[in-house]
Every structure is written in structure tokens, then in C-alpha cells.
Design a binder for this molecule. Sequence first.
Ligand code: SAM
Length: 241
Amino acid sequence: MAGKLYIVATPIGNLEDITLRAIDVLQTVEVIACEDTRKTGFLLSRILPININTINTVNNSMKARLISYYEQNESQKMPEIINALKNGLNVALVSDAGTPTISDPGFKLVRECIKEGIKVESIPGPSAAISALVSSGLPTDKFFFVGYLPKKEGKRKKLLTDLSSIVQTIKLTLIIFESPYRLIKTLNNLMEIFGDINIVIARELTKVHEEIYREKISESLKHFSKTTPKGEFVILLNTNI
Ligand code: SAM
């Protein structure tokens, strides 16, 4: 019988946010596919009572339990993971933080498993988009998660222009992932397209320096330009309140 693919959410900062089911699955699966074996190894060393990095015997060959599976090697590693599943091994997919497949690799693997008739089960838990949304104070009934904006300025502005009409007509909250390096640029683009509206910037959620900044874009620009922005950011806006 084929194994099962578990999509396991892990903390976005605070390790105590790991769920009991996530611990149970990570402890029992034969293979863990993860973006960065060192980062996942560290997480496992903190949450599991045993050393997960021990070598297992799989198909008479020595194989580590952790398989690195990241954006650039997805198609190369997929057959190995699918084979393991077909051979009856259970596989957990984790990303560096949060819910796998959400602006992280995994969707292609899930699609392949479905095609191959392999069961897929989600072990839900932290995700930065939802954590930011629920503490933003913005309407949560309808939201649009756009992930990262395109890196190229022209494409970014075109997408934001298209989104601005959706945000207004459907009256939804827009959720954007942003890196500290592009935060200021993106705030300037937002100002250009939406005007000086109120926005919410959720930074370093669940971590020591968590900050939920609710202000106009002009004030946000001043605030985050004081020093080089640091940490992980989610930007949220809703033009209808
Ligand atoms: N799959 C992950 C999830 O479900 O949260 C998201 C992975 S994506 C590669 C990383 C982006 O998520 C960051 O650039 C940032 O926009 C957002 N993010 C992740 N952790 C965060 C945190 N603790 N606080 C704020 N934003 C965070």
C-alpha cells in the first residue's frame, strides 16, 4: 500500500506554535521533505524527544530521513519522493516556516500525488498571511492573498493597478508578502496607486520584535525608513473602511 503525504505546518517564529499533530507526524513518518535540512533539523532537535537525523534503512540502502526539497530542485527531487510514497513510506512536507505550499514549494508535489492516487493530508498550523489578517483589525470576511508582488517595477505596478479595482469593487482586504529589501519600494508603489490610505504592516509575527503598525502609507514610509527595515513583513490594506 502506498504511503501518505502529510503537509505539515511549522512555526513562523515562536517554536511553541508547533501543534501536537505536527509533532506526532514528524516523529512517525519515514521521510521528511524540507527546504533547508539544517533549519528543519534545528526545529526537530527542539521539538522532538529523539534525534530525528538518525539514519534509516530504506530499501536496503542507507538513507537520511531528511530530503532537501526546495524551489530550484523541485522537479529533480519529485520522483524520489513519489517513489518513496509508492513504496509505502509516509512523507511529511515542511517548509522553512509556516504552511508549506503557501508562497513555498509543494503544490506541484501535491498535484503529482493526486495524479498518482497517493493520499494527501494537511496538518494545519501557523501561516503568516492568516496571523497578520486576524490581528490587522481589517475586515476578514473577504480577503485576497496575493503573495509576493513581482520583482520588476513595471509588473508590480500593473498588478497593483489591477488589484486596486478588485479591492474596491469586491470590498476585500488585500494581503501582500514583502521582504525587508523591497518594503520601501512597495510602499511607494502602493502610495502611487492607492493614494495615502491607511494600511497595516505586520512585522516579525510571533517573534520577540513583533510589531503591528497601523498607519497611513506616508507615516509608514517615515516609520520604516528611520533605519534599514529588518525582519519579515506582511502588508494589508482595505480601501472600504
Ligand atoms: N509558507 C509561509 C507561511 O505559511 O507563512 C510563508 C513563506 S514565504 C517564503 C515567507 C514570507 O512570509 C515572508 O517574506 C513574510 O512576508 C511572511 N512571513 C513569514 N513569517 C513571518 C513572520 N513571522 N512575520 C511576518 N511575516 C512573515
